[in-house]
Design a protein around this ligand. Structure first.
Ligand code: 2DT
Length: 212
């Protein structure tokens, strides 16, 4: 295998409120990248397939109750248990398109009243995304897009708080896209940002660590 760090894949994260279109955009993007011959995988957090993920899933569907800090740490553990696999994939040249990451972790837990810095701490040292795309939609607009599912956080008042914490987390490196644009227009904007990022990573941008 002649691949080296100069041909690594990119770690690309999509964030946003429930119903902002993250999941469908992620599918479209992966199909597009595959179609033009890129090595790419679709990931999401929480990853409900692990033991930790099953505890999270049970909590989200209100089948179990957990202390706010305990569930926060499980979400973080769920990313830690995937960290080395993510790194291996990136080094192998695979680009990862990830639906939610640490920013969801911090935004949702802070919205419950936990301290932001406390929420960030367990994720320090995870792989830093090469690109964070935020699909921006107001909680009001999101609620109009048809009913939320029945999961724990899918409530209007709570989503409003989450939106405020997402705003606090945004930094100048984030790419913010107006999620009210036509699906195809959002898709086009995302493609251009992502192709650019993949190129930068290919040229040797190092893999960095989160919040270090
Ligand atoms: P999905 O509906 O996208 O499966 O998300 N969440 C997610 C957290 O509270 N903390 C986290 O670290 C992550 C990744 C967001 C399930 C819900 O879980 C929330 C929505």
């Amino acid at each position: 295998n002649t691949q080296n760090s100069e041909s690594r894949g990119a770690l690309i994260v999509l964030e946003g409120l429930d119903r902002c279109g993250k999941t469908s955009q992620s599918t479209r993007l992966v199909n597009y990248l595959n179609g033009i011959g890129h090595s790419v995988e679709s990931w999401r957090f929480p990853d409900r397939n692990t033991g930790v993920g099953q505890m999270i899933s049970s909590y989200l569907s209100n089948k179990s109750q957990l202390d706010d800090r305990a569930i926060h740490l499980l979400f973080s553990a769920n990313r830690w248990e995937k960290r080395s696999l993510m790194e291996d994939e990136l080094k192998r040249g695979t680009t990862l398109i990830v639906d939610r990451y640490s920013y969801s972790g911090v935004a949702f837990s802070s919205a419950k009243g936990l301290d932001i810095e406390w929420c960030k701490a367990p994720d320090i040292g995870l792989l830093a995304p090469d690109l964070v795309i935020y699909l921006d939609i107001s909680p009001e607009e999101a609620a109009k897009r048809g009913g939320y599912g029945g999961e724990r956080y899918e409530q209007r008042e709570f989503q409003k708080k989450v939106a405020l914490f997402y705003q606090k987390l945004q930094d100048p490196t984030w790419k913010i896209i107006d999620a009210k644009l036509e699906v195809e227009d959002v898709e086009k904007l995302i493609r251009d940002m992502v192709l650019d990022c993949i190129l930068t990573c290919k040229k040797g941008k190092p893999i960095l660590k989160l919040w270090a």
